[in-house]
Design a protein around this ligand. Sequence first.
Ligand code: NG1
Ligand code: MG
Length: 386
Amino acid sequence: MDQSISRFKEIFGYDPEGVYFSPGRVNLIGEHTDYNGGHVFPCALTIGTYGAVALRGDSTVRMYSENFPEDGIIEFQLKDIAFIESHGWANYPKGVIYSFNKSGIEITQGFDMFVRGDIPNGAGLSSSASIEVLTAVVLNDINKLGVQMIEMVKMSQKAENEFIGVNCGIMDQFAVGMGREGHAMLLDTETLEFSYEKVDLKDSAIIIANTNKRRGLSDSKYNQRRAECEEALAYLQKKLSIKSLGELTGEELDRNIDLIPDGVLRRRARHAVLENERTVIAADALERNDMEEFGKLMYESHASLRDDYEVTGFELDTLVELASKVAGVIGSRMTGAGFGGCTVSIVKNESIENFIEKVSKEYQEAVGYKADFYVVSIGEGARRLC
Ligand code: NG1
Ligand code: MG
């Protein structure tokens, strides 16, 4: 935090007016369900993105990221909000300005913003949603707009969908904006009804392992999966009056599977439907402190993402496979979009050291490069720090 203040001063030559923080998130279970009207079960992390900001008194915006020093200071006018390839990371905050404007809240006051993040980029921990919601909170605060957090969450998703071009669901921005310390959120992405569930792991910890296999910014395979689910849904809708795959139970899908003529589409639909069921059961298991059940569902989720949804890959599968063989590991699965990125594991406290040592060594032997490990804590959603 202090670092953001002094770095702002070094870069822009005067003091910032406010410092803000927006977390990354990890999804415990419920993957690729958020654009299928299903449930997700994410939590906000204590790692995230910091922003130091001041109004300028004109209509210029200047932004600098400690994570992309090679980009230097990116400068643009508020009347020229367009996606510019060479603006790199700054397209995310720009997209949020675009969303505010689109919602009828025109941003007219220029500002300087220093940003620094400690979330690994492109790893499935939502560095993008983190900076989007950060920007929304900044714009809301410096312009004294009084916009509700849930609206900022939706505008941040709109930025990702319409400005960045990733057709993502609402999970990331929701978790980042609405997170509560020590709690996961069971969110119905169809109705946006949600509940906070206390994550009382007592004698275990959440460990995120980064495969260090990066996936692209707007991965075309993500949009492809989304399109496949829509296609499967359209076949089912010929007979069933449903709005999304998330409305079906596994049994209902089974009874109607013949409506989908294609094997690949059947498997995509099966993942979406069963993953949604698993997520609701898992949240209940956590509430009952049934960690064995929770862990089993995590492994099942991974297998479904690997076999039916085909979004894992050698690196993610290796990490989960290796984790499953270590004593004291309760469950492990890929988290986020997949195709690389991170796994999330729940590991007994006394086994953490052994887990990291073993999986790290065997992963490097199998894959040829290193994985990174983070023992994480569940933190609060985006907010002003000072
Ligand atoms: P990540 O991996 O954080 O980018 C993506 C989507 C989510 C959700 C998950 C899969 C983006 C920005 N977010 O998350 O909405 O669909 O995949 O569950 O693409
Ligand atoms: Mg992302």
